[in-house]
Design a protein around this ligand. Structure first.
Ligand SMILES: [Zn+2]
Length: 259
């Protein structure tokens, strides 16, 4: 962790990205369900975007614009029934498993691989409440790291200054062979900072849960685009704050582990 040590300079922070997700094609895919008009290449029956043709049972190509939510047949809501998600995951994992397609055509085998791979990504993302929000915002092109991410949240500014000073002292003491008592005192300071930041992280997680619930309620009540965007901007801001605080927690943990 690369902490900047002087008081006026903010930390340099590594962006917390779901790199694999953000690079995925699905992030930029439109969220409309053009899928529902798809028909089966084998029997021409309408598939409704299902994994398998409801008429002949053949595995179907991934419709354009398939996102993680629609893959699981879920609305784009942030409250997810984890038990149900897990059941669907296991059931689909079994149905889509490439072993079942050993005697199928190359095309079908490839489709099973494509769907299995998407299944795993979708499950990993949707089961995690933070990744879920990141993903939803990414779909809408509303996930913006921005410059604010590099700045300490105002309510933590003083603690961040103090942390930088403690880290500075600790490193100096370490380099110059500080006394055991001095080192113990510095460690205690860092541990206190760690608890403080962990509490902040828990608070920001609760805040994210509250805004997520607001999002779901807005979706249920058919909120207009302005209201939706506003909620997404709020979620984006909370995510940035969360990412900053998480980096602080990890940084202090790492520093304590090394001292
Ligand atoms: Zn069919």
């Amino acid at each position: 962790m690369d902490f900047s040590l002087s008081r006026p300079k903010p930390h340099r922070l590594k962006p917390v990205l779901l790199a694999s997700l953000l690079e995925s094609d699905f992030m930029s895919a439109p969220t409309t369900t053009a899928a529902t008009s798809a028909t089966c290449a084998n029997c021409s029956a309408p598939t409704g975007g299902a994994h398998f043709c409801p008429s002949c049972g053949k595995i179907q190509p991934l419709p354009r614009g398939t996102d993680f939510f629609s893959f699981f047949g879920l609305p784009q809501k942030l409250t997810v029934d984890l038990e149900q998600l897990e059941q669907r995951f296991h059931s689909l994992s079994w149905k889509l498993h490439p072993d079942h397609f050993a005697r199928a055509s190359d095309d079908e085998r490839q489709l099973s691989l494509d769907r299995s791979s998407l299944l795993n990504d979708a499950y990993r993302t949707l089961r995690d409440p933070v990744a879920r929000v990141e993903y939803l915002l990414g779909l809408a092109g509303m996930r913006k790291e921005g410059q604010k991410k590099q700045q300490a949240p105002p309510e933590l500014l003083e603690e961040v200054f103090e942390l930088n000073e403690s880290l500075d002292e600790l490193r100096e003491a370490r380099a110059s062979g500080g006394t055991a008592a001095a080192m113990a005192g510095l460690r205690a300071k860092l541990e206190a900072a760690q608890h403080k930041f962990e509490a902040s992280l828990a608070a920001v997680d609760q805040e994210l849960a509250r805004v997520s619930a607001e999002w779901d309620a807005a979706l249920d009540s058919g909120a207009d685009e302005t209201a939706s965007r506003k909620l997404m901007e709020k979620m984006n801001e909370v995510l940035n704050r969360r990412s900053y605080i998480r980096n602080l927690v990890n940084g202090v943990r790492q520093e304590l582990a090394e001292s």
